[in-house]
Structure formats: C-alpha cells, structure tokens
Write a new protein. Structure first.
Length: 172
C-alpha cells in the first residue's frame, strides 16, 4: 500500500504546486533593470539612483543591496520591504510607510524621513546621519543605541498617520 501511495502523493504535489517564475532575460531585462519574481518587483542589487517610486505600492519588495541615492519614495507603501545594505543617501521617504521593513546596515544619511511610519523596523547598523525625522514614527523600531540618541536630539513633531510623537516613538 505504501509503495502505491508515495508515487500518488508525489504526482499530486507536482500538480498542485504552482510553477516557479524564472527570470526571462531574452528581452534584455536583467538585474540591472526590473526583475519579476513571483508577483512583486525585485530591485535587489540594482541601481535606482534618482528613481521615481513616489506613491507606489512596494510592500514586501526587495531593495537589498540596491543603490537609491536621491530616489523619490515619498508617499510609497514599503511595508515589510527589504532595504538591507542599501544606499539611500538623500532619498525622499516623506510620508512613506516603512513599517516592519528590514533596513539593517543601510545608508539613510541625509534622507528625508519626515512623517514616515517606521514602526517595527529593524535598522541595526544603519546610518541616519543628517536625516530629517520631524513627525516620523519609530515605535517598536530596533535601532543602535547611538543612532537612537542622535535621533532623539533632533526628534520633533507628531506623525500625521499614527498620531504618535517622534520623541515618544524613539523612547527619548
């Protein structure tokens, strides 16, 4: 009985499992451009300098190792996005939802994070030097203690989406 059941289970597994989506490079589209992976766009290890992502739904999208200097992410939904080891110096994240994003070891120096929601982020080893954070909500964020202290010195305002004061969200 077991000998008959195993092949039947394997056949059912193959039929019911959706096909993997591969990267079609026949049209010249590769990692330097947009790569489709499952149902989200993957920007891992791409150059998005000065890219325009204003107001886009980028939830759960990967920008791991990407370069996004001076990119416009204002008003974008980046909930659960992966920004690990990315370079986002001077990028505009005003009013963006970055909640639950993984942003460790990333460069956000000089970035505009005003009114952004950064609740639940993991940003250990990241740099926020010179970032504008008025009205940003860092509730339950995992930050290096030195970054937290630096951000506390500049914290001001209340996040318009969550109603949480920046000072309170940082635990200042």
């Amino acid at each position: 009985m077991r000998q008959l059941l195993l092949p039947l289970m394997l056949t059912l597994l193959m039929v019911l499992t959706p096909a993997a989506h591969g990267l079609d490079t026949s049209a010249g589209v590769g990692l330097q451009d947009r790569a489709l992976f499952q149902e989200t766009v993957d920007f891992t290890l791409t150059n998005q300098d000065s890219g325009d992502f204003h107001g886009q739904n980028l939830a759960n999208t990967s920008f791991a190792g990407a370069v996004g200097r001076r990119a416009d992410f204002s008003g974008a939904n980046l909930h659960g996005a992966i920004l690990t080891q990315g370079a986002f110096a001077e990028a505009d994240f005003r009013g963006a939802d970055l909640s639950d994003a993984l942003m460790d070891r990333a460069d956000f120096s000089g970035a505009d994070l005003r009114d952004a929601v950064l609740s639940g982020i993991i940003a250990s080893g990241s740099s926020f030097s010179g970032a504008q954070i008025d009205g940003a909500d860092f509730s339950d964020a995992l930050l290096d203690r030195d970054d937290q202290r630096r951000l506390c010195r500049e914290a001001d305002g209340i996040n318009p989406a969550t109603g949480v004061a920046t000072l309170d969200s940082l635990g200042c």
